[in-house]
Design a protein. Structure first.
Length: 157
């Protein structure tokens, strides 16, 4: 999971962590847009994973430490935990997403204009659609990396 077939290819672990961090950031943002008085905390923050995983003091990337914008050396410097811990984090982040999505009971909510994590005006629906597209790209990269590393199977979250 941590193998890199070349110095310019992030590991499967990095892609999985990155997907989790983005969904986690979006859950916090969307829950805040839905209920500004009580936004959901990020699973990452609530569980203290920066410290628990030994990543404190490292560059975790832009947009709240999502891995975005890291160059090859910086992404390689992240010693991410074993697959079971990353999977546990992904499960928690996606469970939080399901909880937030359950609160969207009206199409008008999806059309609500918000300022996204990039500082751009958009809608909640577009934020969700963009995240799904982004996550899909990383799942495809994971599948390709698995093939290059001689593993079989598909990647899903």
């Amino acid at each position: 999971m941590r193998l890199r077939p070349s110095s310019s290819a992030p590991s499967v672990a990095f892609h999985a962590w990155h997907i989790g961090r983005w969904v986690d950031r979006h859950v916090a943002a969307i829950s805040g847009w839905l209920d500004p008085a009580s936004p959901e905390p990020e699973v990452w923050v609530a569980k203290g994973l920066t410290e628990r995983w030994g990543l404190a003091g490292l560059d975790l990337g832009e947009f709240g430490g999502t891995g975005a914008g890291l160059d090859d050396d910086a992404s390689a410097a992240l010693t991410l935990p074993e697959a079971d811990e990353i999977s546990e984090y992904l499960e928690g982040a996606f469970q939080a997403l399901e909880s937030v999505l359950a609160k969207i009971d009206d199409d008008a909510i999806l059309e609500r204009t918000v300022v996204d994590l990039y500082g751009d005006d958009t809608t909640i629906g577009d934020v969700l659609l963009n995240h799904l597209s982004h996550a899909d790209r990383h799942l495809g990269m994971i599948e390709a990396l698995r093939g290059v590393l001689g593993e079989r199977g598909t990647a899903t979250v």
